[in-house]
Design a protein around this ligand. Structure first.
Ligand code: NIG
Ligand code: FE
Length: 414
């Protein structure tokens, strides 16, 4: 794994093949320099136009390598215990995800293992996944709770997320996902929603452990009305909203999320015309999770082409979780977004940088190579930006910069 061997935060990157998404398209500069001052991008442009004042800074010669914004994984559930390999076999032999859930497995399998695990063990296994992600050039990462489902255990997961933030050089957004699954302590979903709104959420807010709130809106999870009760409570507390929507059926969760100015709606295989129109008239990001589609062997495609045609910002994330996306490679998710969903490689890059930043509400800080933003960058042993999504399961990261701090990679995978 990567070891931080320098914390110099003012430096100049030279001879980079720079590619960054912009709001409308891409900027591609074949021989570029980027000046970083105190962790922020101070200047970027053609190498030959680098101002004299930046030529004094310590320098990294990118030697023609591809330089992109650091990648952003805007949807993960990476703090959990146990494995669902057994259920994977069941899925392969024809069982449905919803049937496994109905018989007490699925998310509950992971909730049981996670409740039984210590904070230390959860941290250790989560850090392994985070380290995989950093090794793929990730500089910002969203992590959801949702495998605790009681105040005690949701707080435990959120504290683990806090510890990850303290121990690794990566920007972390923590999302409370208490409405992930009805836990066995409650007889009906409405009383659990009341508990979440009246007790769990206020305690999490008091402990200042969540940056946003999410829910799973589906027949096997929570209804639109139940999600709306959570949205009302979270919005009153000023917390941004996200939603697992239209993954297994069309509950019109996206329309609800848009009405509450949610940051993002995620999955969307069953999104239809009204939902697309609502998104097109909003700032809400559509997040594609192709690994969940792949693992569940879903055949219904999210309407990506129509979303893109209507100008909806489309992000791509790993969904790292033990049930539907046991993976840690955002690069592989980019490849899947192209092969399975027919996004272009440059759309996939915008989806794991600029639009992913918007899906986390951190677009002013990161997500593109722009003057004033944090110097979150990834340098690749590649010659074209399209190669990031074209290669299947191949990681050519050369160096990662987080707020200008850089790492040398000790092991090279080539
Ligand atoms: O994003 N859809 C709900 N939540 C996760 C899966 C969680 C699990 O199966 O453990 C998802 O696919
Ligand atoms: Fe998810």
């Amino acid at each position: 794994m990567a070891i931080t061997d320098s914390t110099a935060q003012s430096l100049v990157l030279r001879h980079a093949n720079l590619c960054t998404p912009t709001a409308t398209s891409h900027v591609h500069i074949h021989d570029a320099s980027v000046a970083i001052v105190e962790g922020r991008i101070a200047w970027l442009g053609e190498e030959r136009q680098l101002p004299a004042r930046y030529r004094e800074l310590p320098e990294h010669d990118c030697d023609g390598r591809l330089l992109t914004p650091g990648l952003i994984d805007c949807h993960t559930h990476l703090v959990f215990a146990g494995s669902r390999a057994q259920e994977f076999s069941q899925l392969l032999h024809g069982a449905e995800y919803a049937d496994i859930a109905a018989s007490g497995g699925g998310i509950m399998t992971t909730v049981n293992a996670t409740r039984a695990a210590s904070e230390e063990d959860l941290l250790e296994s989560a850090l392994r996944r985070v380290d995989d992600m950093l090794a793929c050039g990730v500089t910002s990462l969203e992590i959801k709770s949702g495998y605790g489902l009681t105040l005690e255990h949701e707080l435990k997961l959120l504290r683990v997320i806090q510890q990850i933030r303290a121990q690794r050089p990566v920007r972390i957004r923590a999302t409370l996902l208490a409405l992930h699954k009805l836990p066995p302590e409650f007889e009906d979903a409405d009383s659990y929603v009341t508990y979440v709104c009246d007790e769990l959420l206020p305690a999490v807010i008091k402990a200042d452990l969540a940056d946003a709130v999410d829910a799973f809106c589906d027949q096997i999870a929570f209804s639109r009305d139940q999600v709306e009760r959570l949205f009302v409570a979270a919005r009153a507390a000023g917390l941004p909203l996200k939603l697992h929507a239209e993954q297994l059926s069309n509950q019109r969760g996206s329309e609800l999320a848009v009405a509450y100015q949610a940051l993002s709606v995620d999955h969307l295989e069953y999104l239809e015309a009204d939902g697309i129109a609502a998104l097109a008239a909003s700032d809400t990001v559509a997040v594609m999770l192709p690994c969940a589609f792949y693992t569940l062997r879903e055949t219904r495609l999210p309407p990506v082409t129509r979303l893109l045609a209507q100008g909806v910002p489309v992000a791509v994330a790993s969904d790292c979780n033990p049930g539907t996306a046991p993976m840690t490679s955002l690069l592989l998710a980019m490849n899947m977004a192209c092969t399975l969903f027919r996004m272009t490689p440059l759309q996939a890059l915008a989806g794991t940088t600029l639009h992913a930043a918007q899906a986390l509400g951190i677009g002013a800080e990161t997500g593109s190579i722009e003057v004033g933003k944090s110097a979150d960058l990834a340098c690749w042993d590649l010659s074209r930006p399209e190669e990031l999504a074209y290669l299947v399961g191949v990681n050519r990261l050369h160096r990662r910069y987080y707020a200008g701090q850089h790492e040398h990679l000790l092991h090279k995978q080539h």
